[in-house]
Design a protein around this ligand. Structure first.
Ligand SMILES: Nc1ncnc2c1ncn2[C@@H]1O[C@H](COP(=O)(O)OP(=O)(O)OP(=O)(O)O)[C@@H](O)[C@H]1O
Ligand SMILES: [Mg+2]
Length: 263
């Protein structure tokens, strides 16, 4: 078996002394998509944030290890972590516009992030971005490049944020409900971009969603969290077809039957 991109080994996570994630153990191989589901407050975002050291001042991993390509990321210095973030590990959020700078164009933000992590001139960044926009079906990539986030729809901002991730080609993408704020059409485009990223660059993706329909469309594995504990973890086709836990059955029952049919 190849080395895991990321492996959680018996991880506990606390905020201000309160344990909110317990004994999390799972791993992702290159090119694997892991769907993480569970009710609000169950610890899904906390799981993602711990990988990038984004738990905030009160948060900490208090037990276990998180290995990124064999490195213990909890033992990394701040500089070591900064080197990983962006270049090898990237994150996208539910509200893409909120994670973009409101007073700068998409193009200038892409150039800035590329300058921090890639050895590539501005013209080349622009050329590759426009090429990706076109390949991904943006009919007016030049306008998107020159636009401010408020001039674009939520779905367009999310897709622009993903194009930036594609330029960086990280080994791991942490995606926290990237499709939850989108209509069905934009949701499909974003899922297609995730699949493209995985297929072209072998990026492994941890995808938090509350939508089992999204899980059934793209996930290879599923992890179900309840009250900070992983109660079910396995290949998506098995978990979706015959969930072992009553809780997973309830999550599935909330999805109309048609949307559960796998592609
Ligand atoms: N910065 C923080 N400080 C203190 N407690 C926090 C912080 N962030 C999250 N928590 C708590 O940790 C627990 C898990 O929260 P988390 O945000 O990971 O849940 P979630 O599964 O992502 O929920 P949602 O589906 O609503 O996004 C909750 O009890 C939450 O109140
Ligand atoms: Mg969350």
């Amino acid at each position: 078996m190849k080395e895991a991109v990321i492996a959680y080994d018996n991880v506990d996570i606390c905020y201000d002394g309160r344990t909110v994630v317990r004994q999390a153990t799972f791993s992702l191989q290159p090119g694997e998509i892991l769907g993480i589901v569970g009710e609000s407050g169950s610890g899904k975002s906390t799981l993602l944030q711990s990988a990038m050291n984004l738990l905030g001042p009160g948060g900490a991993v208090t037990q276990g290890h998180i290995w990124f390509q064999g490195q213990d990321i909890l033992a990394l210095s701040d500089e070591g972590m900064q080197r990983l973030c962006g270049a090898q590990m990237a994150m996208v959020f539910q509200d893409a516009a909120a994670s973009l700078c409101p007073v700068r164009t998409i193009g200038s933000q892409i150039c800035e992030a590329a300058a921090a992590h890639l050895d590539m001139g501005k013209e080349e960044v622009r050329r590759q971005t426009l090429e990706l926009f076109a390949r991904l079906g943006f009919s007016d990539g030049r306008r998107v490049w020159e636009s401010y986030p408020f001039e674009l729809s939520g779905g367009m901002n999310q897709r622009a944020a993903l194009v930036l991730v594609m330029l960086l080609k990280p080994a791991l993408l942490l995606a926290d409900e990237p499709t939850s704020a989108l209509d069905v059409c934009a949701q499909k485009q974003v899922l297609d971009e995730l699949l493209y990223l995985r297929d072209q660059y072998g990026t492994a993706i941890m995808l938090v969603t509350h939508d089992m329909g999204v899980v059934s469309r793209v996930a290879d594995y599923v992890l179900v969290v309840k009250d900070g504990q992983i109660i079910e973890y396995g290949p998506a086709k098995d978990v979706l077809a015959s969930p072992a836990q009553a809780y997973t059955k309830e999550l599935l029952a909330a999805v109309p039957k048609l949307r559960r049919d796998r592609r």
